[in-house]
Ligand binder design. Structure first.
Ligand SMILES: Nc1nc2c(c(=O)[nH]1)N[C@H]1C(S)=C(S)[C@@H](COP(=O)(O)O)O[C@H]1N2
Ligand SMILES: [Mo]
Length: 235
């Protein structure tokens, strides 16, 4: 439990399974320092829970109490938010007791370079595409695939970098990079990425089939539109 109040005026609280809390492989912390200094106020001074691999909402800040219980925290954000539902469920039909609280997050990835709407020159044969990928529950990133035709074909497998992490305790982002040929058939093209985690979970192509009223667990392929600019001589 935290020192602050939730959306209903009750103290902020969250639950994680006791197996995660106690596991020597779970790396759960009650942290009082960040990078060797007191945790900044906004990040939970003086004590916060760090629950790696698990949704941010369970990483309680300003902790004042830890309760071992058979029941989940009654906190709004544990019981009545941060849950996924069928895409047709709306605020009139939602039953929050029908779905489990989100803990481990699904695999996701993002393109950080180029950015949406960027222009590359037709004179460039190749460009470098960069991004990050991550999966919940300590699962690692096995692969990141990159497409330059909106996901019809996936001719590029990105190279992964970042710190070597322990098997099934991969809490940090993996950075990735791929050199791709600039497609010149049209005046623009769409770059997509999708990650595969070490359990071979991957991402859906679009958000439609996984849409939910809270917009959580939204891990569809990231798409970036890039424009081709004519070369100097052609202008
Ligand atoms: N006490 C308390 N802890 C909290 C929250 C909160 O509102 N109160 N928000 C949670 C959510 S939803 C997230 S995403 C993370 C954000 O942590 P950060 O501010 O360090 O990035 O804190 C979590 N812990
Ligand atoms: Mo959050």
């Amino acid at each position: 439990m935290g020192e602050d109040a939730d959306a209903t005026g009750s103290p902020y609280g969250a639950s994680i399974p006791v197996e995660k809390a106690m596991s020597p492989f779970g790396d759960v912390l009650l942290a009082y320092e960040m990078n060797g200094k007191d945790i900044p106020r906004d990040h939970g001074y003086p004590v916060r829970a760090i629950v790696p691999g698990v949704v941010g909402a369970r990483n309680v800040k300003w902790v004042n109490k830890v309760i071992v219980s058979k029941d989940e925290s009654p906190c709004h954000w544990q019981r009545n938010d941060y849950k996924g539902f069928n895409p047709t469920i709306d605020w009139d039909t939602v039953d929050f007791t029908s779905a489990p609280a989100i803990q481990d997050l699904p695999v996701t990835s993002s393109i950080t370079e180029p950015v949406e709407g960027e222009t590359v020159s037709v004179d460039d044969e190749e460009i470098t595409v960069k991004g990050y990928a991550w999966s919940g529950g300590g699962r690692g990133i096995a692969r990141v695939d990159v497409s330059t035709d909106g996901g019809k074909t996936w001719p590029y497998v990105a190279s992964l970098s970042g710190e070597q992490q322990k098997l099934n305790q991969e809490w940090a982002w993996k950075l990735w990079e791929a050199t791709v040929k600039v497609p010149k058939e049209k005046d623009k093209f769409e770059i997509c990425c999708k990650a595969v985690d070490t359990s071979y979970n991957t991402q859906p192509d679009t958000v439609g089939p996984i849409w939910n009223l809270r917009g959580v667990l939204s891990n569809a392929w990231h798409r970036v539109n890039v424009f081709l600019a004519l070369s100097e001589q052609d202008e």
